[in-house]
Design a protein around this ligand. Structure first.
Ligand code: SAH
Ligand code: SF4
Length: 353
């Protein structure tokens, strides 16, 4: 492919309109192209058959619609979970996962190649930070996954590789594309952005008025323990994050989801349960208890190698006790483990090749 082509995918409607107008094209052409690119998922300008031929030729000469190519599609042995490995134009490998359940088909997408935040339980963290994805690369995961899956994707979670709020501009741009009435596929109500907690960015996201859902990676209610497993907590404390989450909920309504990876002896003790119940009452919340996928095989040295998953009984005890307190609990199952599709195991094996 000609490397000089500029990426068109990733532009918001407003940006497309400004671009077309600045090039002397009619504004409504931007809507047409937007529709073809993000709704009809075409990958060639020549398929945009209500756009004038001269404009199609011009676009073809200067712009590209391709941001990702599929490297692999792996299906779990139960046939339910599908993992896609995509390659960016600069050669990085990223991963998206489709996790269906009875009610919905959820796509988990990545926002960065690797992640700088080094959470001790996370495989992506072990990789370190490699690159930010563009808005086009973020959105394209949805387009390509939709094209290669039998049923429609109904929900999206920004929970794959990377910290979305450290790639804030591209994340917000991709959300803005989803927010257009024209993008018929998915409404913002069905989209969740997950963060390990950058308070200022949580506030900024609230101020955009893009009414997405927020998931906050809590993992411990105690500052010192959270700092041990999530070094970013030393910079942005749990307290400051909870204030930002409060702000987000006041602005957007709804509930926050607390993600909680269950780690034996670290955050699954009696005092952790008591603290979790107390924290859940602070503001409208639901809790996502997540079985930990051990990283011992990847990094036997250091803390990551020592972390162990809580027992099934312990996880169920937490779920029962929280439910007794009328707190909504979701127990994430470990579907797809056979293809390393579970969060935190993303693209690592392939990226090393
Ligand atoms: N950076 C963002 C979003 C990506 S990580 C964040 O931290 O929220 C999303 C989730 O992946 C984390 O909340 C955590 O719940 C999960 N995760 C990471 N490593 C995991 C592991 N080894 N086992 C199970 N879940 C893991
Ligand atoms: Fe980054 Fe999220 Fe993994 Fe932490 S859990 S290292 S923030 S991707």
């Amino acid at each position: 492919m000609n490397k000089k082509l500029k990426p068109l995918k990733g532009l918001t409607l407003k940006e497309l309109q400004d671009l077309f107008v600045s090039e002397g094209e009619a504004k409504f052409r931007a809507l047409q192209v937007f529709n073809w690119m993000y709704n009809y998922k075409v990958t060639s300008f020549h398929d945009m058959n209500n756009v004038s031929l001269s404009l199609r030729n011009k676009l073809e000469d200067e712009y590209s619609l391709l941001t990702l190519s599929m490297v692999e599609k792996a299906v779990s042995s139960d046939g339910a979970t599908v993992k896609f490995l995509f390659k960016t134009n600069s050669g990085s490998i990223i991963e998206s996962v489709i996790i269906p359940d009875e009610k919905r088909t959820t796509l988990c997408i990545s926002t960065q190649v690797g992640c700088p935040l080094d959470c001790k339980f996370c495989a992506t963290g072990l990789m370190g930070y490699k690159a930010n994805l563009s808005a086009g690369e973020i959105f394209d995961q949805y387009l390509l996954a939709s094209k290669n899956y039998a049923s429609p994707i109904t929900n999206i979670v920004y929970m794959g590789m990377g910290e979305p709020l450290l790639n804030y501009d591209s994340t917000v741009k991709s959300l803005s594309i989803f927010s257009e009435e024209l993008t018929k596929g998915i409404s913002l109500k069905k989209i969740t952005v997950s963060t390990s907690g950058i308070p200022e960015r949580i506030r900024n996201l609230a101020d955009t008025n893009l009414k997405v859902k927020l998931a906050f990676s809590l993992h411990s209610c105690f500052e010192n323990i959270r700092s041990e497993i999530m070094p970013i907590n030393d910079k942005y404390s749990l307290k400051s994050n909870l204030e930002a989450v409060d702000y987000f909920l006041k602005k957007t309504g709804g509930r926050v989801t607390y993600e909680y990876v269950m780690l034996e002896g670290v955050n699954d003790r009696k005092e952790d349960l008591t603290a979790l119940i107390k924290l859940s009452r602070r503001m409208p919340a639901k809790i996502n208890l997540i079985p930990f996928n051990s990283l011992a095989h990847m990094n036997p040295e250091g803390m990551s190698g020592r972390l162990k998953p809580s027992t099934k009984d312990r996880i169920e005890l937490f779920a029962d006790k929280l439910r007794d307190e009328n707190i909504t609990v979701m127990l994430r199952n470990t579907k797809g483990q056979d293809i390393a599709a579970a969060c935190g195991q993303l693209a690592i094996k392939f990226g090393d090749k």
